[in-house]
Design a protein around this ligand. Structure first.
Ligand SMILES: [Zn+2]
Length: 198
């Protein structure tokens, strides 16, 4: 977990907000693991509501629950927002090394803060939406047209959310194939800065 936090604190724009991000660890006893329920569907793990509520009552604010599934290889997170409780599931066995695991975490964290998938080859197509997956160019121009030309990597690139006709802002991004990217890209970073500053 420590290196996930270290990687997060190096990732733009989180590096500027590291004092605003708190981490809490939960050590579960063996019998307490019954709060998780495996599912053959998506997402692969369910968590008992009373457990989630008890953490909410303790913290007094909403949070993201990061579950590291040491033996599983499915990673996922709902597209959510900063002010909502949501789950980030990391199937550790599916990553080839620590670096890849940390980038996979950033990808799923991006979803839990509202970012969409920017990949095209995806077995589960997902709905397009702001800020980073437009259904057409007009929509994309509205959302990030002001950055086209200003940031050299920002443009109207075909394909995101599993649909080759949708439009994404950059060729590579942590919201695309995380192994092939070092950052979220200017459009996603701007969005993240906006949600991280209330
Ligand atoms: Zn994804």
């Amino acid at each position: 977990m420590v290196f996930l936090i270290q990687r997060l604190k190096k990732a733009s724009p989180f590096e500027k907000f590291s004092d605003r991000i708190g981490f809490y660890y939960i050590d579960l006893k063996k019998e307490e693991r019954l709060i998780f329920k495996e599912s053959p569907n998506f997402p692969p793990l369910g968590v008992r509501r009373d457990f989630l509520d008890s953490i909410r009552n303790y913290l007094k604010f909403d949070y993201k629950l990061i579950i590291i599934d040491a033996l599983g290889s499915v990673s996922c997170a709902e597209v959510s927002s900063i002010d909502k409780l949501s789950l980030i599931i990391l199937g550790k066995a599916g990553f080839k090394d620590k670096g890849s695991f940390a980038k996979g975490f950033l990808h799923e964290l991006g979803h839990s803060l509202g970012l969409r998938d920017e990949c095209v080859d995806y077995s589960r197509p997902s709905p397009a939406g702001e800020p980073n997956c437009a259904t057409n160019k007009e929509e994309a121009q509205k959302w990030w047209g002001d950055l086209v030309g200003k940031s050299p990597e920002v443009n109207y690139i075909r394909g995101c959310c599993g649909n080759k006709n949708y439009i994404r802002p950059t060729i590579a991004s942590l919201m695309n194939d995380p192994d092939k990217a070092e950052d979220f890209g200017p459009v996603n970073e701007r969005y993240l800065r906006e949600v991280l500053i209330p």
